[in-house]
Design a binder for this molecule. Structure first.
Ligand SMILES: C[S@@+](CC[C@H](N)C(=O)[O-])C[C@H]1O[C@@H](n2cnc3c(N)ncnc32)[C@H](O)[C@@H]1O
Length: 259
């Protein structure tokens, strides 16, 4: 039998956010690759399995090890959040080709949106969402800055921030051209989860001396903090859109209940 490698979207940290498919496959795999953050929250699911930390290996050695493990059974990787944005596992998925199966999960953006109880686009308020990270924009003098993505009508999701907060806020202020809401979602899905909602004018004072981005730490790993910016974070949806859609979209589909 040909076994496969399952890249399971593990969610931001809370195993309750695993999909049923990911949970079933995790239970079926005797070998699991677990980034350090996940061993405690997922302990119940990992009991009795052979565990490996993916980042302990060089790439070629890791591929060889996985192929060896596949002889005896399926292998799982717990993918932080989900593969959709900023996943370090893409090269493994590509190298494994048909042996790799990607199972979607709850990304941090989804979990943060749920915490805020806000959809990140809103008719008449925000017409688009942009995902970006200052860490990946590059140092080239012509490289874009976060201010280039900030604009009225944009919800910005900022992963892996590596800029001091006052500098980031000043870039965003220029792009938005006004004071807009900003949320800092820290360790989402973990027991010490925290969300701070402020505005561009107040966030620096609200955060004070707390280092939410590991900027003062010798640890080069990005912090578990997602920033969300834009009017959609605090605006209320206008109920007029419900009736508009009812008149122009929903009435053309079959809305009858089965049975
Ligand atoms: C390498 S990226 C991985 C993103 C992941 N693929 C996802 O779907 O969420 C790491 C960044 O994601 C965000 N992140 C991941 N887990 C988080 C959590 N539990 N709480 C807040 N932000 C998180 C942070 O911005 C962090 O610097």
């Amino acid at each position: 039998m040909n076994h496969q490698v399952y890249f399971l979207g593990a969610g931001p940290g809370d195993p309750e956010l695993l999909t049923r498919r990911a949970e079933r496959l995790l239970r079926e795999c005797p070998v699991v690759y677990v980034p350090a953050l996940y061993d405690q929250p997922f302990a119940e699911f990992l009991h009795g399995k052979e565990l490996f930390v993916p980042f302990n290996y060089y790439f070629a050695d890791l591929i060889a090890l996985i192929k060896d493990q596949l002889i005896d059974g399926p292998v799982a990787f717990l993918v932080p959040g989900d593969l959709t944005f900023y996943s370090p596992f893409q090269a493994l998925v590509d190298a494994l080709g048909d042996l790799a199966v990607v199972v979607p999960g709850v990304g941090t953006a989804n979990a943060a949106s749920a915490l805020l109880k806000k959809t990140l686009d809103l008719p008449g308020i925000c017409s688009r969402a942009i995902v970006a990270s200052p860490r990946t924009l590059g140092d080239d003098p012509d490289a874009p800055t976060m201010g280039d993505f900030a604009a009225p009508g944009v919800t910005l999701l900022i992963y892996m921030n590596n800029l001091p907060l006052p500098e980031l806020v000043s870039q965003l202020r220029k792009g938005y051209g006004s004071n807009v809401p900003i949320a800092l979602a820290h360790r989402v899905g973990l027991p010490d989860e925290e969300i701070i909602v402020a505005t561009l004018d107040t966030i620096v004072a609200t955060v004070g001396s707390r280092d939410f981005f590991n900027l003062d730490s010798p640890n080069p790993r990005p912090a578990l903090t997602l920033l969300l910016v834009g009017e959609s974070l605090t605006a209320d949806a206008d109920p007029i859109w419900w009736d508009y859609r009812r008149d122009h979209i929903w009435k053309y589909q079959d809305n009858s209940l089965p049975g």
